[in-house]
Design a protein around this ligand. Structure first.
Ligand SMILES: Nc1ncnc2c1ncn2[C@@H]1O[C@H](COP(=O)(O)OP(=O)(O)OP(=O)(O)O)[C@@H](O)[C@H]1O
Ligand SMILES: [Mg+2]
Length: 1005
């Protein structure tokens, strides 16, 4: 029995007169009835706008259930093509439920009627279906042939039925595939995973990483496992499913899909529908919170992921946590990520963070082709299982099931050719079957193709030439394409765009492609690769160029995909320009392999060699791949010497300057810096105009950049005079922005916060300009230090909204935001959310120095918030790195913070350990943060009862200096609310400057 509800009939007919409406609806329902009849069913009646169709009445067929389901599929497929009287798009929407069971027919008055529980259940199933979904009951599923394509089972409680029903969504595109009977072997793995599921969760969490070559049966195995678990389990199995795809534009797509798949959200839905779907899910899980749901809906609808970009993490983290909690209430959740090796960076970062936070976690199953070290990093402790080839016996069994002729010679050939890979075996068996139907004898007449690639190609040979050419052309797209993309390719390669929609349908029916949300993918990479390899190199280039052009028309083309096509069309010049203009050029590791190819092709654009080397070195350095980056620098220096060119040397030394300063090797940094300046001085300004990828586009600009690095270096080690002298030099380079930036930094290190802020305020740069980007990141810390709290809140919001690329800036924006909120109201629950963001952002730091800075900042903020154990953990991890890499500012701050954390716990001994260590550094470095020095001196005095001579005097002096740098009135008040400053200032009042602390009795609790 099939229940189909036309959802939007009222809207459809709202503005019509009754007669018109009637006419339209009968036309529409007429089409539906045709479809039902075509499947040999009969429309029994209408209940409101729901059509009730039965199959097997009056004549029973063996496959009534299946025909009902196929009828449902066709109804959904046909829906978009049903148009109004003048051809307008009606936008029909339907939900369908199918159930099988006994039907009572009787007569009431003069009609035969169908009643009974089967109909009730079917109607309830229909109500449980999402818009545009076909949902079938377990009973119907059982009766369907094994090739029916079902999504993951869902347990739904419906009115009037005691037990929850197991329902399966049926895809009318091809998505998650459950083949139900034709499964052979794998008993051992199946058993192991099942056992694991039923074991009481021990330790953190359990999970499996299943690996194996394409087609070996990873996805299938997981489906079988879930099915088996479901059969054994008394409570419903809760499943979160997501399939990773490369190069999807939407950030965190894997997480988005978990939620979307669970709530049956699909791209046909608008925001309101999605929100409704999340809030009123028919299952027991309810996301309740409307704003969260509607924010998800907005995020989901924007495929480019630009809207709400900065809130994405928060939205998804909140939803997923809530979802897991309510799902896991009375059963164990399985989280399944298929093809996890194609996961995007953001999703990986998210999961890594997510699993670190959770203690009771779901059972995780990942599938990927090659085991990768990264996966282990994301979710440590997954048990790795490689899926072996089928044995000869298992293969033979599969051939039996597939109905391959009982010809020993043929069977042996097939088994050998397919090497135990079920996909190959199936494909070969299909090939044999097709030939058999054509009356050809495979073994003797043609032989079978000797590789799976050739098998696919030979299959395609049989297509009509247009259809064959099109699929070959489409293999040029990296990973996916839309109908419009395919049509454009056709148009630009003198093919016929009109054949595209039909052809795509055909490819799907041939299992070559699959469709997901209007985007087409190759079903198997192997097919794609076989097709791609069959294209002549010359044509490949042309096709890539076409795809690149298509992408360049888009608003936000995926930067890596575009680079892929530019590089493969050998448009090296354009590729350099694209990479150089990209927002993420300084960080994006995905660029590196393409930059390597570009280098090999450098003959095409020799003038860009330097740009390519530079871009590659910069990305590698920024991501902490120092050795690799270093060898590029060496190469650049080599070229400079061999070819006697100044520019190569200048750029190489420039990189070395930045790197050394970053690594706190100031001496070396200054040395490289002055050499780089010398080299730049000898360059011709015109040379710069040839380059797109360098930091600077003129000689002056480049020199200013180097000088500012050198000033930073001198400021950090407290060589104020040298720094001032360099500033004077920089003034002549006439690059105001570097000048201001350097002066701001110098002032900050000297503890002149207010002056630094004045400099920024008086600068001619304003919101949105490049200069602004260089100055803004220092504003939060300066506002915080000087006690300008109102400004602090505003600037943090601004930085959060501008989606800072630099990890340290991002972490700073969220952490200071938390302090700001705390300042207004320490109980504000939003503080936790913001700190979670800060923690997540900091987990993404690509290199050690960012990690150290972030640890330092976060430890201080956590201490202010009173979250001591987190503060300690953060400080300890930072301390280890800071020791190891001799970053002494941070080392000092972290030691003091650890001292304070212990003091706050009344752990005198612990505090003494860290404070003494810090005291040892105090005298030697003039540029250490004053605020930390104050704290250090205070605790040292307190703990050692005056052993440190003259401490209190210094303390008084430092406090006076610090006070001068605070906003009058409010600044000091605010400062006192943080860390121990209240106590410190009180102690000064009690024991005025110069007096020793008389009792030193230890720390107040
Ligand atoms: N043990 C098995 N018995 C019978 N058929 C199988 C078995 N394992 C897999 N298959 C079939 O082989 C085909 C490929 O399997 P599947 O899609 O699971 O491979 P995969 O390893 O996930 O490949 P990919 O890396 O491309 O995702 C499917 O049609 C599947 O139904
Ligand atoms: Mg798979």
């Amino acid at each position: 029995m099939l229940f189909a509800d036309l959802e939007n009939s009222t809207e459809l007919t709202r503005d019509m007169d009754p007669e018109e409406a009637d006419e339209l609806l009968s036309a529409v329902f007429g089409r539906f009835e045709d479809i039902v009849r075509a499947h040999e069913g009969s429309v029994e009646k209408y209940i409101g706008d729901a059509m009730v169709a039965v199959f097997g009445v009056p004549t029973i067929h063996e496959d009534d259930a299946e025909r009902a389901v196929y009828c449902g599929i066709e109804l959904l497929r046909e829906l978009p093509s049903i148009s109004g009287p003048s051809g307008e798009d009606l936008g029909l929407k339907m939900r369908i439920g199918v159930h099988s069971g006994l039907i009572t027919t009787g007569t009431r008055g003069e009609f035969d009627v169908v009643t009974g529980s089967t109909m009730n259940v079917a109607s309830r199933i229909q109500e449980a279906a999402a818009s545009g979904e076909l949902l079938i009951s377990e009973d119907s599923a059982q009766l369907c042939s094994r090739d029916m394509e079902l999504g993951p089972a869902r347990r739904v409680r419906v009115k009037g039925v005691k037990e929850p029903l197991t329902l399966y969504p049926v895809s009318h595109g091809k998505q998650a595939i459950v083949r139900r009977e034709e499964f052979v072997g794998r008993e051992h793995l199946l058993g192991e995973i099942q056992r694991q599921y039923f074991l009481p969760p021990a330790g953190n969490f359990q999970g499996f990483l299943l690996t194996g070559e394409p087609g070996i049966g990873k996805t299938e195995l997981v489906h079988q496992c879930i099915k088996a678990i479901e059969e054994q389990s008394t409570s419903p199995v809760e499943l979160l499913f997501s399939r990773a795809r490369k190069f999807r534009r939407q950030p965190y797509i894997v997480i988005v899909d978990f939620i979307a798949n669970y709530f049956r959200v699909h791209p046909g839905m608008d925001e309101a529908e999605i929100t409704k779907q999340l809030c009123n899910s028919p299952d027991k899980v309810n996301i309740g919170d409307r704003p969260a749901a509607s924010r998800f809906a907005r995020f989901y609808r924007d495929r480019s992921g630009i809207t709400l970009r900065d809130q994405a993490f928060e939205i998804l983290n909140g939803l997923l946590n809530e979802l897991l909690q309510s799902m896991g209430r009375d059963s164990r959740v399985i989280m399944f990520i298929d093809n996890s090796d194609s996961m995007d960076r953001k999703s990986m970062d998210f999961l890594k963070f997510f699993f670190k936070q959770r203690t009771n976690s779901p059972m995780v199953i990942l599938c990927e082709r090659e085991p990768r070290a990264e996966t282990d990093e994301i979710i440590p402790g997954l048990q790795h299982r490689e899926i072996p080839p089928l044995t000869q016996e298992e293969g033979a069994k599969l051939l039996d099931i597939l109905g391959t002729p009982d010809n020993p010679q043929l069977r042996e050939l097939l088994l050998n050719q397919s090497k135990g890979n079920p996909l190959y075996l199936r494909s070969y068996a299909g090939h044999v079957e097709r030939l058999g139907k054509e009356g050809r004898n495979t073994v003797t007449d043609e032989g079978i193709p000797d590789s799976i690639q050739n098998l696919f190609l030979s299959r395609i040979e049989g297509y009509n030439p247009d259809i064959r050419d099109l699929i070959i052309k489409l293999s040029v797209f990296s990973h996916f394409f839309s109908t419009i993309d395919a049509e454009t390719v056709q148009r630009l390669t003198s093919g016929d765009p009109a054949i595209v929609p039909g052809a795509l349908e055909f490819y799907i029916s041939e299992d070559l492609l699959e469709e997901d949300r209007g985007i087409y993918y190759f079903r198997h990479d192997l097919i794609k690769r076989a097709l791609y390899n069959s294209i002549l190199n010359y044509n490949k280039r042309i096709l890539h160029r076409i795809v690149a052009d298509i992408m360049r028309e888009q608003d936000h083309p995926h930067p890596v995909r575009l680079l892929h096509h530019l590089v493969h069309s050998r448009e090296i010049r354009m590729a350099v320009e694209h990479a150089a203009d990209s927002r993420t050029r300084a960080y994006n590791m995905e660029f590196v392999p393409y930059l390597e190819i570009m280098e090999k092709e450098i003959g095409k654009a020799p003038e860009f060699r330097l740009d390519i080397l530079f871009m590659r070195a910069r990305i590698l350095f920024n991501n902490g791949f120092v050795t690799q980056a270093d060898s590029i620098v060496k190469e650049m220096l080599g070229i400079s010497i061999d070819e006697k060119t100044w520019l190569y040397g200048a750029v190489a030394l420039h990189i070395l300057t930045a790197y050394n300063i970053r690594s706190h090797r100031f001496e070396k940094g200054i040395f490289c810096g002055s050499r780089s300046l010398q080299y730049y001085r000898r360059c011709d300004d015109r040379e710069f105009h040839l380059h797109r990828g360098l930091v600077a586009n003129s000689r002056h600009h480049a020199q200013a950049a180097v000088l500012s690095l050198m000033i930073q270096s001198e400021s950090k080690r407290g060589n104020w005079e040298n720094a001032e002298a360099l500033l004077g030099e920089l003034a002549q380079a006439e690059h105001r922005i570097y000048q201001i930036q350097s002066e701001v930094q110098l002032s900050m290190y000297r503890g002149r916060y207010l002056y630094a802020l004045e400099l920024i305020e008086a600068s001619p740069f304003h919101s949105g300009s490049v200069g602004d980007d260089m100055l803004k990141p220092t504003v939060p810390v300066l506002s915080f230090l000087s006690g300008k709290w109102d400004q602090l809140g505003a600037i943090c919001d601004e930085m959060i909204a501008s989606a800072q690329r630099d990890s340290v800036n991002r972490v700073a924006a969220y952490s200071y935001k938390a302090v700001y909120l705390w300042h207004l109201n320490p109980e504000n629950p939003e503080i936790d959310t913001v700190m979670e963001q800060s923690s997540f952002r900091s987990s993404q730091s690509p290199n050690i120095f960012d990690r150290i800075s972030n640890a330092c900042l976060r430890a201080e903020v956590l201490l202010i918030l009173g979250r001591l154990s987190e503060a300690e953990e953060e400080a300890r991890s930072g301390l280890l790195l800071a020791q190891r890499h001799s970053t002494y500012h941070e080392l000092f701050t972290l030691l003091v913070l650890l001292g304070e954390i212990h003091a706050a716990r009344d752990d005198r001994e612990g505090a003494a350990f860290f404070i003494s260590d810090a005291m040892g550094m105090c005298g030697s470095f003039p540029s250490l943060r004053r605020r930390d020095r104050i704290s250090c001196l205070y605790f040292s005095t307190l703990l050692h009862a005056g052993e440190e001579q003259g401490c209190s005097q210094d303390l008084g002096e430092l406090c006076r200096l610090e006070e001068e740098q605070l906003v009058p009135d409010s600044g000091l008040k605010n400062l006192k609310r943080t860390r121990f400053f209240q106590e410190i200032y009180e102690s000064l009042e009690e024991y005025p400057m110069g007096n020793e602390n008389p009792d030193g009795q230890g720390i107040k609790s």
